[in-house]
Design a binder for this molecule. Structure first.
Ligand code: GLA
Ligand code: ZN
Length: 687
């Protein structure tokens, strides 16, 4: 393993900064100088500029006004602050929507929207695409050689679809291409003879609508795929002038974690660097360390999206959001800790929304580095400054990554299919939660994990975990077989191998094409009411050496052995004695099946044994108390270990007699080390 390049060679250090919206403050001429004074004080070295500045940059059609932006870019650069320049397509100016109503999006109720909000545009409209291309070209022409420009921030949080006539047409064309112009094939794949929904002409097909079609799952799935493809197509139109005029400036757009509306795996291929906006609800109904591992899971997706390439934490809040149900303040330590958490999982930047609180409007109470008081003597400002100070000491970590031995599949299209399915439960389908629950034992033991989709390469891992792999696309089972044959260990669960990529059930017994490798047949699935539970007990002398009994809830599959061995069985109900955990040897490897939904104690014990058996490496070979994790970044030679305490209590660790260097304060650590509440250490073994 080696190092990735820094995001920009112009500034090969950690980027620290965030959204800067000076276009809101044009009536306050002195504020730019004050902003720059404060940014330097806050250890900022980058801003994301002009994200919603279209109205300021093009106040009238074709009349561009860049002088102000020139001045801002120059001043920032003169003061050592770089610019991630935005394209403003997320929010068009009023004149544009007024003059060309077709650019406004039409929602699934077929209502054409009025001017307002953001991401409220059609993604097909040739006029909108042309207007976006024009302003983007102007920006690229004007700033292509500006020394401050280090990256492009394209649009903002893409995430809306459109159902206008142009989009209907585009969808039909997409379908014609997918089904080779064969409407009979479409009818078969969509199973549309059901309820007499057979289509006899392409023109009859409409995008899903609450007062129209929502019951053809194949259509719903294809529509979601179309939305991803059409968004990417819109994005490609946006970036054409940027790529042409600034081929060496990296391009990103800010993702939103596990936002269900877009398949980020498809999108990622078109970005030079991944960035995402992270807003965990700290100090809420869940314990902080639970929020922490769920957030870690999403950071790991973002690192995995480009095979381990460091990503950007494009947005996080310096204090609170204004949209969570309760906007609780971050407790002392949490701001720094959660920023370092992103770095621990592969971020090469820590950025915020936003620099200065808006004086009015929708986000006037959203946390910002500079509050309405306007000065630096605030707790939040000090926290931000401290993050900047720490990042300055992390130069050797830039471009480092990690090569985990474990991967968990979290697949967007699979999640669409699970959410859409009627049954076996309408509530608590919990695909994401189940993936996160399978991730938790690794996080708790300080084992790094990639979070991938079903089309990723499996061969680089020792252990592949695919919870609820309901949809199995063509070829995936074959790739899993190959992986296990060659010595890999595969774990999957109930509700796997049920449908193909168009949501048609596999015939011939579940888990469909995974039957052979798992050596089982799943005959029925019992959905339990919330008040119900079953119990699963491990057999004596089972090869994992687990002896406990575990609660089964919500979903229990009734399976038969067809070559596999049972490790544990149900203890109750009419399927008492049926296998609940199985293992099948296949080639050089093994495939495990977990037939029931379980709790933390089960995943802890089960994966605890698998980790032991496979001798999976931890980031550091020490015991970690509950709520503390260890993560790793390496260039293949130097190993940077992040110890993170997500509890409000001191936690003692025993580093034994090995000596480590504390990367932040250069101290030497060994033996007993105490992490303060919400405290952390970044350490490297001393030579
Ligand atoms: C998103 C947006 C920002 C801002 C924040 C508020 O992430 O990209 O413009 O609205 O939410 O949390
Ligand atoms: Zn449209």
């Amino acid at each position: 393993m080696c190092k990735y390049k820094p995001i920009s060679e112009k500034y090969p250090h950690f980027l620290h900064g965030g959204d800067y919206n000076p276009d809101q403050w044009l009536n306050y001429p002195k504020i730019l100088d004050e902003d720059i004074r404060l940014m330097k004080l806050a250890n900022w070295n980058v801003v994301s500029l002009g994200i919603f500045a279209w109205a300021a940059l093009e106040p009238e059609e074709g009349k561009y006004q860049f002088e102000c932006l020139d001045r801002i870019m120059d001043k920032l650069y003169d003061n050592g602050i770089y610019v991630i320049l935005a394209t403003p397509s997320a929010a068009p100016p009023a004149w544009l929507v007024d003059k060309y109503p077709e650019v406004a999006r039409v929602d699934s109720n077929r209502v054409r929207h009025l001017f307002g909000g953001r991401q409220n545009h059609c993604f097909t409209s040739p006029i909108y695409r042309e207007k976006v291309r024009s302003i983007n070209r102007k920006l690229a022409e004007r700033y292509k050689d500006h020394p401050a420009l280090i990256a492009w921030h394209v649009s903002n949080e893409y995430g809306n679809d459109c159902h206008c006539d142009l989009c209907q047409e585009a969808f039909r064309n997409w379908l014609k291409k997918k089904y080779d112009n064969d409407i009979k094939r479409l009818n078969h794949e969509w199973w549309s003879h059901f309820w007499s929904h057979t289509f006899t002409d392409w023109s009859q097909i409409q995008t899903p609508s609450p007062h129209g079609e929502t019951t053809i799952h194949g259509l719903n799935l294809d529509y979601k795929r179309f939305v991803t493809d059409q968004t990417i197509d819109f994005f490609k139109n946006e970036i054409a002038p940027l790529k042409e005029l600034t081929p060496n400036i990296p391009i990103t757009t800010n993702f939103m974690g596990t936002f269900p509306g877009l398949n980020y795996w498809k999108f990622a291929k078109h970005l030079d660097v991944i960035s995402w906006d992270s807003y965990p609800t700290w100090h809420g109904n869940e314990e902080d360390w639970v929020v922490a591992y769920k957030t870690a899971f999403v950071h790991d997706i973002n690192r995995s999206l480009k095979g381990g390439q460091p990503f950007m934490l494009m947005e996080s809040t310096p204090s609170v959001t204004n949209w969570q149900p309760v906007s609780k303040l971050k407790r002392p330590g949490m701001h720094v800790l959660s920023s370092i958490q992103a770095v621990a999982h592969g971020a090469d930047t820590v950025q915020y929304f936003q620099w200065r609180k808006s004086r009015g409007g929708f986000e006037k109470f959203h946390g910002a580095v500079v509050d309405h008081c306007g000065h630096e003597n605030t707790r939040v400002f000090k926290d931000v400054k401290e993050v900047g100070e720490i990042l300055k000491r992390l130069d050797p970590i830039i471009g480092t990554s990690v090569k985990p031995e474990v991967a968990i599949i979290y697949d967007w299209e699979n999640s669409w299919a699970i959410e859409d399915a009627k049954g076996p439960r309408q509530e608590k389908k919990d695909y994401l939660l189940t993936c996160q629950s399978n991730y938790r034992p690794f996080w708790s033991k300080g084992i790094t994990v990639d979070v991938i989709d079903m089309e990723s390469d499996f061969n680089r891992y020792k252990l592949l975990i695919a919870p609820m792999l309901y949809m199995l696309k063509d070829g995936v089972a074959e790739r899993i077989k190959q992986f296990v044959k060659n010595g890999g260990t595969f774990v999957t669960t109930y509700l796997s191998g049920i449908v193909n990529e168009n949501d048609l059930c596999y015939l011939g017994g579940f888990p469909g094409p995974l039957k052979e490798i798992l050596g089982i047949w799943s005959e029925e699935i019992d959905a339990l009411h919330d008040k119900d539970e079953n119990c699963v007990a491990f057999d004596e002398d089972n090869e994992l050496g687990i002896s406990g009994e575990y609660k089964a809830k919500e979903l229990c599959e009734i399976i038969h052995l067809e070559g596999a061995k049972a490790l544990a069985k149900y203890k109750e109900d009419f399927y008492v004695g049926f296998p609940a955990v199985t293992v099948n040897s296949y080639g050089e490897g093994k495939a495990y099946y977990i037939a029931f939904r379980n709790n933390d104690d089960f995943v802890d014990d089960f994966y605890g044994k698998i980790i032991e058996l496979l001798n999976i490496k931890r980031s550091i070979d020490i015991d970690l108390p509950i709520g503390v994790t260890a993560q790793l970044r390496t260039d293949g030679n130097r190993q940077f270990i992040f110890l993170l305490n997500f509890t409000d209590e001191e936690k003692a660790l025993d580093l034994k007699d090995i000596e480590y260097i504390d990367i932040v304060d250069n101290g030497i650590l060994s033996g007993k080390v105490v992490l303060p509440p919400y405290g952390f250490k970044i350490i490297e073994k001393r030579n």
